[in-house]
Design a protein. Structure first.
Length: 486
C-alpha cells in the first residue's frame, strides 16, 4: 500500500544525494595523496616540509610540518568543517559561460559576482575583474579556526610577542609549497587564486593565495587592521606595528604598515622582503564584512615541536650597524654543503639567528661583505652550548687600528711554543679598522709580513718573553679583547 512521504524527508534525501554523488566527488579530486609537481606551474617545495590531508563526511583533517624562523620543526594538526569548506570552494569563481553575455538582471549579476568573490572594476573605459578580498577573507576565517587556535595556544605557552606571532604565521605560510593556480578551473574564472580551503586541500598555493590565507589567519586572531600591498606581479601583506630600524614599510592613510612577505619558499622575517620591487601599484585595506563566528562543529587542533638541540647566535659590534656587512653559514657534517643563516637584525643593530637540530655539532663560518671583519671557522657542540656571541666591539675582539685599506699581519704563538706564525692577512676598512675573532692565545700585529719577533731572554719565562716581544693575550672565552694601534 502506497504511503505519503513527507516533503522534508525527500528534501534531505535529495540534498544528501547531490552532495555525495556530485559535490563530494568534484572536490575530492582536490585531495591528492601525493602531489605531482610536474603538473603544477612553477612548483617549489622546501625539503623539510610535509602536507597531509584526509577527509570524512564531516571534516577535512590537515597535518602540516614546517620550520619556524628559529629553525624549530613544528607539526600542526587541525581540522575544518567539510560542508562549509566545500561550499566556499564551490561558490568561488565566476562561471565562464556567464561572462559571454549574462542575460539576467543587473541585480542577479551583482549577486552572482558577490557569490563568486569577484567583481568587475570599471576605471574609465576599462573594465577588469578583481577580487572581493574582504568577503573572501571574512568567510575563510571560520575555516582556519584550527590554525588560529594553535597559534594562540603557542603564543601563550611560549610567551610570544605579537611580532613573534606574525613571524610564526609567516613561517607556516612560507613553507607551504609554491605553485601558480590557473586562470580558469571547472569552467570558472578564478584569476590564478585559490581560496584558503582549496589551497590547504591541494597542499600548494601562490603569493596571492598565501596573502589571503595569512590575512584569514591573522584576522581570526586579532582585530588589528591589515592591508594587502600590490606590486608588479606580486602581492604581500602589511601589518600594523612600530617599525624597527631595518623594517620595510608602506604607508596607507597616514599609518605605517610593516611588510609581511608570506610567499616563501625562502624564509623571510617580518619587515623584510623576498624580492625587490620597483613600486607599489595599490594598497587594499582588509575590512572584514562579518563577525567572526566559530564553526558549529567541534574543532580539533594540536601542535608539537620536534626535539633537538638549539643554538642562539648573536653577532654585534657596539655602536655599529653591521647588517648587510656579514653573512653566516653553517653545516652539520664535515663534508656537507653550507647553508646560509638568515640573520635577523634587531633594534640595537645586533644580528640574531637561532637553529634547532638533532645533530650535536654545528660548524660555522663567516663571510665578510666588506673589509675589516674576520671570524675563524669553528665547530660548536650544541648539545652543551645554547648561546654563541660573536662580538666585534673594540674591547671584545682582536681590534687593529691603522691606516685605511692597508694590509696588516696577525701573528700568533701556540701554547708552549716559542716561534711565531703569521696567521692572517688583515686588510683594514675605510676607517682603518680590522676586527678578528680567533681562538684564545697570544697575538701580535705587524705591517711586515716577514716580521720575526725576538724571544731570546733567558731570564724570562716563555709567557713573559711573549709579552716582552709585543704579544698580547686574547681571552675569547671571557670576551676580553686586545687592541693594536699600528
Amino acid at each position: 500500500m502506497f504511503r505519503y512521504t513527507p516533503y522534508w524527508f525527500l528534501l534531505i534525501i535529495t540534498s544528501f544525494t547531490f552532495y555525495k554523488y556530485f559535490l563530494f566527488p568534484l572536490y575530492y579530486t582536490n585531495l591528492p595523496k601525493s602531489i605531482d609537481d610536474s603538473s603544477v606551474n612553477k612548483y617549489k617545495k622546501n625539503k623539510w616540509t610535509r602536507q597531509e590531508i584526509k577527509s570524512d563526511d564531516k571534516y577535512y583533517t590537515y597535518s602540516y610540518k614546517f620550520k619556524d624562523h628559529n629553525k624549530k620543526t613544528r607539526i600542526w594538526t587541525w581540522n575544518a568543517p567539510k560542508l562549509e569548506s566545500d561550499r566556499l570552494i564551490e561558490n568561488y569563481g565566476f562561471p565562464k559561460d556567464a561572462m559571454r553575455g549574462y542575460k539576467g538582471s543587473k541585480k542577479e549579476f551583482e549577486n552572482l559576482c558577490k557569490k563568486s568573490y569577484l567583481y568587475i572594476d570599471k576605471i574609465g573605459p576599462v573594465r577588469s575583474w578583481n577580487f572581493n578580498y574582504n568577503d573572501l577573507i571574512s568567510d575563510s576565517r571560520p575555516l582556519v579556526t584550527g590554525i588560529a587556535d594553535i597559534i594562540k595556544k603557542t603564543a601563550k605557552e611560549e610567551k610570544l610577542k605579537m611580532r613573534e606571532v606574525v613571524d610564526l604565521i609567516l613561517a607556516f605560510c612560507q613553507d607551504i609549497p609554491y605553485g601558480i593556480p590557473p586562470q580558469y578551473t571547472n569552467e570558472k574564472l578564478i584569476m590564478g587564486l585559490h581560496p584558503p580551503p582549496l589551497g590547504l586541500n591541494n597542499g600548494w598555493i601562490d603569493c596571492d593565495s598565501k596573502a589571503v590565507l595569512f590575512a584569514s589567519i591573522y584576522t581570526a586572531i586579532t582585530s588589528a587592521p591589515i592591508v594587502l600591498v600590490h606590486v608588479p606581479r606580486h602581492l604581500f601583506v602589511g601589518v600594523p606595528a612600530i617599525p624597527g630600524p631595518y623594517d620595510n614599510t608602506v604607508s596607507y592613510r597616514g599609518k605605517d604598515y610593516i611588510i609581511a612577505e608570506q610567499t616563501g619558499t625562502m624564509k623571510v622575517h617580518l619587515g623584510h622582503i623576498g624580492l625587490e620591487y620597483a613600486k607599489v601599484n595599490n594598497i587594499t585595506p582588509v575590512e572584514v564584512t562579518k563577525n567572526y563566528v566559530r564553526p558549529k562543529l567541534p574543532i580539533y587542533s594540536n601542535s608539537k615541536v620536534l626535539a633537538g638541540n638549539t643554538l642562539l647566535i648573536t653577532l654585534k659590534e657596539e655602536n655599529a650597524k653591521i647588517f648587510k656587512k656579514l653573512k653566516l653559514y653553517y653545516r652539520f657534517t664535515k663534508n656537507g654543503s653550507w647553508d646560509y643563516a638568515r640573520l635577523k637584525p634587531m633594534s640595537d643593530h645586533s644580528l640574531k639567528f637561532s637553529i634547532t637540530d638533532v645533530n650535536e655539532n654545528i660548524e660555522l663560518k663567516l663571510r665578510s661583505l666588506s673589509d675589516g671583519y674576520y671570524y675563524s671557522n669553528e665547530t660548536i657542540d650544541i648539545s652543551k652550548n645554547d648561546y654563541l656571541t660573536l662580538d666585534f666591539s673594540d674591547d671584545k675582539c682582536i681590534y687593529i687600528k691603522s691606516k685605511p685599506l692597508i694590509n696588516t699581519y696577525l701573528f700568533s704563538i701556540g701554547e708552549g711554543k716559542s716561534k711565531a706564525n703569521m696567521k692572517k692577512t688583515c686588510k683594514t676598512d675605510s676607517s682603518g679598522i680590522f676586527r678578528a675573532i680567533m681562538p684564545s692565545g697570544y697575538y701580535l700585529v705587524s705591517l711586515n709580513k716577514n716580521y720575526k719577533p725576538k724571544m731570546g731572554n733567558v731570564d724570562l719565562s716563555l709567557d713573559e718573553n711573549k709579552k716582552a716581544s709585543g704579544f698580547k693575550y686574547y681571552d675569547r672565552e671571557n670576551n676580553i679583547g686586545i687592541r693594536f694601534d699600528i
